[in-house]
Design a protein around this ligand. Structure first.
Ligand SMILES: [Ca+2]
Length: 262
């Protein structure tokens, strides 16, 4: 009987030790392969040079110039209402007024991009999430890659299978997998315009620095990129620049976040 008890104890010890070892091994593996601490999927954009601007575009897309960026992470999707609601609840932050609007109810579904948020709201959300807003240069590289594509998916003209354009409403942030950028980032063109961190200056490209440009000094307007569901197909491209007063809240502006690589 005593031997049986000892044997049972030894078996238990063996199983327990194996389980501990297995858990330790699993944790070590997770440390290596897990993404950065984030509440949503992020994509690593590798360090390196790309071409910014478009010589056949609007005057503010000129001159075309080379930019070199350090590696960074960018959200795979626009921030959606579900994620923004978590921020509102946890911080007691004022929710977008549009959430109480019957007219725009369809814009408030959980998987649709959050809209009706100012640049300041976007900035505050990003800080809460341990992230930041992308610079304009980071946004454009994540959209067109390092080979000067005019659209995220390549040089083929936009059509309705590639993104949400010429429409009257937003779509879920995981829509349009055919239209992802070379890095796999969704809805860079269309759905909602996206707030960037930079101030907007139409002449900034004339003075932009080569390494990690972060925009001009205060101009009173913040950069928006990518166009929205309302835009016509003929104006959309990766290099198109927009802007708005940082306090503006509209049904066609949202955002995504970025993060440094440490
Ligand atoms: Ca977008």
């Amino acid at each position: 009987m005593r031997n049986k008890t000892v044997n049972l104890f030894l078996i238990f010890l063996l199983v327990f030790t194996f389980k501990l070892f297995a858990e330790e091994k699993e944790n070590k593996l997770l440390e290596v392969i897990s993404p950065p601490p984030a509440r949503s999927a992020m994509i690593l954009i590798p360090a390196g040079e790309f071409v910014m601007g478009y010589d056949s575009g609007n005057s503010d897309e000129n001159p075309v110039h080379k930019v070199n960026l350090s590696a960074y992470y960018i959200d795979k999707y626009e921030v959606n209402n579900r994620e923004y609601q978590k921020f509102v609840r946890e911080t007691d932050y004022p929710p977008p007024e549009i959430w109480n609007s019957k007219e725009y109810k369809i814009f408030s579904k959980p998987d649709k991009p959050v809209v009706g948020v100012s640049w300041e709201d976007a900035y505050n959300y990003a800080s809460w999430a341990g992230k930041r807003l992308p610079t304009e240069a980071e946004w454009e590289k994540a959209c067109r890659g390092d080979s000067s594509l005019l659209y995220p998916w390549g040089d083929k003209k936009p059509d309705k299978s590639l993104g949400n354009f010429c429409s009257d409403k937003t779509e879920d942030v995981k829509s349009f997998p055919e239209g992802v950028s070379p890095y796999g980032v969704y809805n860079m063109l269309g759905n909602v315009w996206e707030w960037c961190n930079d101030w907007y200056d139409e002449n900034y490209y004339k003075d932009s620095v080569y390494q990690n440009p972060s925009g001009p000094k205060i101009t009173g307007r913040r950069v928006l990129r990518g166009g929205s569901f309302l835009c016509s197909l003929d104006i959309l491209r990766a290099t198109l620049r927009g802007y708005a007063d940082p306090k503006d809240k509209t049904i066609y502006c949202g955002f995504r976040c970025a993060k440094d690589v440490k």
